[in-house]
Design a protein around this ligand. Structure first.
Ligand code: PLP
Length: 400
């Protein structure tokens, strides 16, 4: 059977060279980086090498990188850690309605603890207007947290403009770069962020590793305390094989980013144009151009999104409806709801996210089988009347 992986926003395969780099640390180089004898010091050396590799990907200094278990922990650490540090200064946070739940949940938790959170709206393409940020700032605002690129719709936010606003107003700025790091250039000095989250498994590294970038001088309260690892900001014996793999993955990303980015844009645009031409009443979700290179998301009026995924799976294609993190949740996506979609339309979504292992033939195959699948699902949908106006015409969309 064909086996095509089109879900790189959920996770990526581990690159073979990353596996190679990790293997010695799973076999004979098992030292604890905190141990003083040679085995331990070799482990520390490998960890510091990985710290430099990760720092190089985002234009940071190695001392500004703090390893975590992944993107969720980095986001929690940034938001809760800043709030606990600055609560005497103010208790107001600003974020958007379309953040990943790794940001939304700690924000909601803080609200239950007496903080106030402004969840800014986005336009129909998922884009945040920096002026909205400017206007939402209050005297007691202590943190602005805005994602670089959205996992469900691929829209890339104007984080450099937002960072400039935060800097001018003296407010800590956190950027969730989990979807963007390794896919588009991410430079902490251009974004002017104080904190930035990255996850290893989104850039061909292993799961269970990631980091929080913390600009020199930025202070947070640690969430995990214990043995004083990561300069007292994240206790716990480090996941050395994971960190070494993460480091190698970022090194590789630096080498291939420029080329792979444009290859992915090419494949992405073939899919966007192919679907728009072949499938009536299809809506492109997210911004047409300010979007991640390999990211395609469509909603198809009167199509059961879950049934579509099963049909694709039958044909050997792994794709998703939106975020892998809440694929078990029956509710419509909070991101598509924030774009103004009805529950039905939000549930009729197909997300295809491409990676370095995809090619033209796979795109041809998808475009060959998808129109019939959509037609078959519409034929059995009680709602579908081909002669009627597409319900999506009432919906804000960036259809092209
Ligand atoms: N932030 C964004 C934008 C994401 O897409 C994800 C995962 O999909 C996360 C955070 C969480 O990252 P992790 O899976 O490493 O915990």
């Amino acid at each position: 059977m064909t086996n095509i992986y089109f879900d790189h926003s959920a996770t990526t395969p581990v690159d073979p060279s990353v596996v190679e780099a990790m293997l010695p640390y799973l076999r004979n180089r098992y030292g604890n980086p905190s141990s003083s004898y040679r085995l331990g010091q070799e482990a520390r050396q490998a960890m510091e090498n990985a710290r430099s590799q990760v720092a190089a990907l985002i234009g940071a200094h190695p001392d500004e990188i703090f390893f975590t278990s992944g993107g969720t922990e980095a986001d929690n650490m940034a938001i809760l850690g800043t709030a606990y540090k600055q609560w005497e200064k103010g208790r107001h946070l600003i974020t958007t309605a379309i953040e990943h739940r790794a940001v939304l949940e700690p924000c909601k938790f803080l609200r239950s603890q007496g903080f106030e959170v402004t969840f800014l709206p986005v336009d129909e393409s998922g884009m945040l207007d920096p002026q909205e940020v400017q206007q939402a700032i209050r005297k007691d605002t202590i943190l602005i947290s805005i994602m670089h690129a959205n996992n469900e719709i691929g829209t890339i936010q104007p984080v450099e403009e937002i960072g400039a606003i935060a800097e001018e107003r003296g407010i800590t700025f956190h950027c969730d770069a989990v979807q963007s790091a390794g896919r588009i250039p991410v430079d902490v000095n251009r974004i002017k962020c104080d904190l930035l989250s990255i996850s290893s498994h989104k850039l061909y590294g292993p799961k269970g590793a990631g980091c929080l970038y913390l600009r020199k001088g930025t202070k947070i309260v640690p969430l995990i305390t214990g043995g004083g690892q990561e300069r007292d900001l994240r206790g716990g014996t480090e996941n050395l094989p994971g960190i070494v793999g993460f480091g190698r993955a970022t090194e590789l990303a630096c080498q291939v980013l420029d080329q792979s980015r444009w290859e992915l844009v090419f494949l992405r645009d073939r899919i966007i144009e192919g679907i728009s031409e072949r499938i009536p009443n299809s809506i492109l979700n997210g911004h047409r151009f300010q979007r991640l290179p390999g990211h395609v998301s469509f909603s198809f009026a009167n199509v059961d999104g879950k049934a579509l995924l099963s049909m694709l799976d039958e044909k050997g294609i792994a794709a998703s409806n939106g975020s892998a993190c809440h694929s078990d949740s029956p509710g419509p996506s909070h991101v598509l709801k924030a774009l103004g979609y009805s529950d039905e339309l939000a549930k009729s979504t197909l997300r295809i996210t491409l990676g370095r292992d995809n090619n033209d033939h796979q795109v041809d195959y998808l475009l060959a089988i998808l129109p019939d699948m959509i037609e078959a699902l519409r034929d059995i949908s009680p709602e579908f009347r081909p002669e009627a106006e597409c319900p999506c015409q009432d919906q804000p969309s960036s259809q092209n």
